[in-house]
Design a protein around this ligand. Structure first.
Ligand SMILES: [Zn+2]
Length: 560
């Protein structure tokens, strides 16, 4: 049955997330299942490849790499895993191995619990592999949420979530959940705050510490414990990073407080650390002995505030760029109230915002409501496309692209108008400079007038670039049903609206103004344009807003 000269690789993998899920995925359980299967099916020359403690999101796993090396050397004839997710949880990459890489090297692949065997192409299970891969990926998302949730519980009880104490502290010998000032490094922290209070910035402080040959936090950790903290280089033991200095100057740990969730991960696939917005931080006061006195802390914070440039990045809405006002067709502006909870942040019409009430009305809608509605509609449309591909294709072809053509010609007219005005403003500018040079207008008048025209110029430029972009999209939007059905198939069950999913399915959203009927109930219509199916294949949904602000969907258009 199998080539007895070649190895049958029995691959096991266990991640920390799997460990939380229980015993069924334990390494010993996987080994038992694989050995039993091999014995019963006549695979003799078996070898285990075991990755214990490695996530399935990527393939940076030693045993997996060793196994692939052996595949490349032609030593392996068959690979067996308990299920597909043991191989990995990234559907694109797992698919690359199971559908391209293994078959090309004549390696048979078996996933016992999914009934997958590449030597048995008749089995429909092979076609299902792609679907299992997607489910496995969704599972990763799910566990990463669960893990975050259990961290939240720990933090609310006032324990530290991070495993390593902040620089300047050490773990208490008696109670590992407690931290104490480290006599050596606490002095350095005090020195850093003092230097800042004396007026030095983080880069100057870093330089000073290097001059005075004070170990960096990573070097200190290494000198004490031998632990190597991420990408640090022993050849520069004193090279302090200004960002690290700045982080120390902002760390409330030194006041004796614990602030958890200052950092998170960009996504479950991306392991890079990123700063979380202040609203997600959890502060628990007086959890340990302070190092820095409140007076010097406040001086330092004031100095830092006045020097820091404010950037508000990282708070962009996932709808940025695709949500428009249904009446004036301008973009909706994402309005973030600093004092409001983020679920209450909302969109309002940008012409209403800029030019007061004359040009348009508010068209306000909460981002959280929009998310709920759009997710619901994506699920509906994809279900239809998935289950009744032929009907769906017919529906799309019946609905011709007339609306797209109309929209295209409107955009073209607007573009011409904006370009003409931009040329005019250019001429006015030249004239203005001449008048200024000739002394016909004075400095104040010049400043005032040129500011007004600069604003108009910038606005026109932005409009033109938006219009060009819209036109490009419209032109490329052919009623490509096959592509859309394939996309819908790829995402069998969408439970969370991410930016990626949103942009895959939706090209444009238009929000109408709220309408109030005689009973006082408010409805609001939203048009959602889907990608790849032509501009007039859209869904129009009505949202009923009862006084409770609960959303019930009431579609005015039930097709498709
Ligand atoms: Zn508007």
């Amino acid at each position: 049955m199998s080539d007895t000269n070649k190895i049958t690789a029995l691959y096991c993998r266990l991640s920390h997330e799997d460990e939380l899920a229980g015993e069924s995925n334990s390494i010993s359980n996987q080994k038992d299942i694989l050995q039993k299967y091999a014995d019963e099916h006549g695979f003799y020359n078996t070898a285990f490849y075991i990755d214990d403690g490695y996530t399935g999101v990527d393939f940076e796993r030693p045993a997996f790499k060793r196994m692939i090396d052996d595949v490349d050397n032609g030593r392996i004839g068959t690979i067996i895993t308990k299920d597909l997710s043991r191989l990995g949880r990234n559907h694109l990459h797992v698919g690359l191995y199971t559908e391209e890489y293994f078959p090309r090297r004549n390696v048979r692949y078996i996933a016992i619990n999914n009934n997958i065997d590449s030597d048995n192409p008749d089995s429909s299970a092979v076609d299902m592999a792609a679907f299992y891969n997607i489910f496995n990926e969704f599972h990763v998302k799910d566990t990463s949420r669960k893990i975050k949730a259990s961290c939240v519980i720990k933090s609310e009880r006032g324990q530290r979530v991070a495993s390593r104490p902040p620089y300047g502290y050490m773990k208490s010998q008696e109670d590992h959940n407690k931290i104490l000032p480290n006599p050596e490094t606490a002095l350095v922290v005090k020195y850093i705050f003092q230097l800042c209070a004396d007026g030095l910035g983080p880069a100057q402080i870093a330089h000073r510490l290097e001059e005075e040959q004070i170990y960096t936090p990573a070097m200190y950790e290494y000198s004490q414990t031998g632990n190597v903290i991420s990408n640090f280089d022993t050849s520069y033991p004193y090279r302090w990073n200004p960002t690290a200095v700045a982080n120390i100057l902002e760390d409330v740990s030194y006041l004796g407080h614990t602030c958890n969730f200052r950092f998170g991960r960009a996504s479950y696939k991306d392991h890079r650390k990123l700063k979380l917005p202040k609203s997600e931080h959890k502060l628990i006061e007086n959890t340990h002995e302070p190092i820095i006195d409140i007076n010097i802390w406040e001086i330092v914070q004031r100095l830092r505030q006045s020097k820091r440039r404010f950037t508000r990045s990282g708070e962009k809405s996932i709808f940025a760029g695709i949500v428009f006002c249904a009446d004036c067709k301008q973009k909706l502006y994402f309005h973030r109230h600093a004092r409001e909870k983020s679920e209450n942040w909302k969109f309002i019409c940008s012409s209403y915002r800029k030019n007061s009430r004359e040009q348009c009305t508010m068209h306000g809608i909460k981002e959280s409501h929009l998310k709920e509605i759009v997710l619901h509609e994506i699920r509906n449309v994809t279900a239809f496309a998935r289950e009744r591909t032929d009907d769906f294709a017919e529906y799309i072809s019946r609905e011709s692209n007339t609306a797209a053509k109309k929209e295209l010609s409107e955009a073209n007219k607007k573009l011409k108008k904006s370009e003409k005005r931009l040329a005019e403003v250019g001429i006015i500018f030249r004239k203005l400079y001449e008048d200024h040079v000739l002394g016909t207008i004075d400095d104040d008048q010049f400043r005032m007038l040129s500011q007004g025209y600069t604003d108009e110029q910038n606005q026109l430029k932005a409009e033109i670039s938006d219009l060009k972009h819209t036109m490009q999209e419209l032109q490329s939007q052919t009623a490509n049903t096959a592509r859309f059905a394939a996309l819908a198939k790829k995402y069998t069950d969408i439970t969370e609206l991410t930016q990626e999913i949103l942009h895959k399915f939706v090209s444009r959203i238009e929000v109408h103004e709220k309408l109030k009927d005689d009973n006082g109930s408010i409805t609001q219509e939203i048009d959602i344009y889907f990608t790849h199916i032509g501009i007039d294949s859209y869904r129009n949904c009505k949202v009923d807003k009862k006084k409770t602000e609960s959303i019930s969907l009431n579609k005015s258009d039930d097709s498709p």
